[in-house]
Design a protein around this ligand. Structure first.
Ligand SMILES: [Zn+2]
Length: 174
């Protein structure tokens, strides 16, 4: 699946909890869409929220991966002055690939967004999950990890304070 470098635009993220420690992370923007299967072998939503929040500080690059059993789906977020570049690499076998360089993987997503729109999309996805499931419902489905309350609160505070968002934030939030 080839992906062209997209200009900055709106990103839609939806985090769909399934059963028995699986979730689907749906991404879409003006030019492409993808649905990533994610297992609870890593605390995937927490890692995504933490990475978005980390880019408000000195950190210019954030990395984490989803374990898609057996694939590794490696996210690399790079902050430039105005944009967050989002690249997701797929590796066939997570039992060996975390030590491999990015360029050994296959790019399955590459796009750049303003920090405002990227963080808004991540926060909105997390808050929608919280609204739908609550903390108890989240852990019942995700099993190994609780809903990342503190990380979502941190990202919400950073986003609202620094991004002059202007988009609605009408979900319940922890
Ligand atoms: Zn916002």
């Amino acid at each position: 699946m080839p992906f062209a470098q997209a200009p900055t635009g709106a990103l839609q993220l939806k985090w769909e909890l399934r059963n028995h420690g699986w979730a689907t992370c749906h991404l879409a923007d003006d030019s492409h869409q993808a649905s990533l299967s994610v297992s609870y072998c890593t605390d995937a939503l927490a890692d995504l929220v933490a990475a978005a929040g980390g880019l408000y500080g000195q950190l210019r690059t954030a990395r984490f991966f989803f374990d898609a059993e057996p694939q590794e789906l490696r996210w690399v977020l790079r902050a430039t002055d105005a944009l967050i570049d989002v690249t997701i690499y797929q590796f066939p076998d997570v039992s060996v690939s975390p030590g491999l360089p990015d360029n050994a993987g296959t790019v399955i997503w590459q796009s750049a967004y303003s920090r405002r729109l990227f963080s808004h999309a991540v926060l909105n996805a997390a808050q929608t999950v919280y609204t739908e499931h609550g903390e108890a419902g989240y852990q019942a489905k995700w099993m190994l990890h609780p809903f990342p309350v503190a990380l979502v609160q941190d990202l919400r505070r950073l986003h609202l304070r620094n991004d002059d968002c202007g988009l609605p934030h009408d979900h319940a939030h922890p």
